[in-house]
Design a protein around this ligand. Sequence first.
Ligand code: SF4
Length: 114
Amino acid sequence: MAASRINREKLTIRRMISLYAKRCPQAMSEEGHYAALNVYADKRLDKCVFGEEKPACKQCPVHCYQPAKREEMKQIMRWAGPRMLWRHPILTVLHLLDDRRPVPELPEKYRPKK
Ligand code: SF4
């Protein structure tokens, strides 16, 4: 499944959300909450204006997430990030490399008009 950058990122996010939902003591118990968050994150990735050239979301100048969902994802990543290395080392290393990619210029149709 992880042939493209977007698909790989979807897989990484799915693993992180799943780990958080199952193991983090602060995880919400509301049924379906994390499945819905995962669907939301997938949709954001499907619509990412940078496509396959996307930067790490935390460095993105667009920030397409709703503020509350962005905060929740940050919390999940902070908790799950260090724990991912042992469970999914290849995905984690690739994710860390993605974090170092420079932020590309916005595609022309999304740039502010001068
Ligand atoms: S935050 Fe930026 S990089 Fe991440 S999915 Fe949204 S537009 Fe793409």
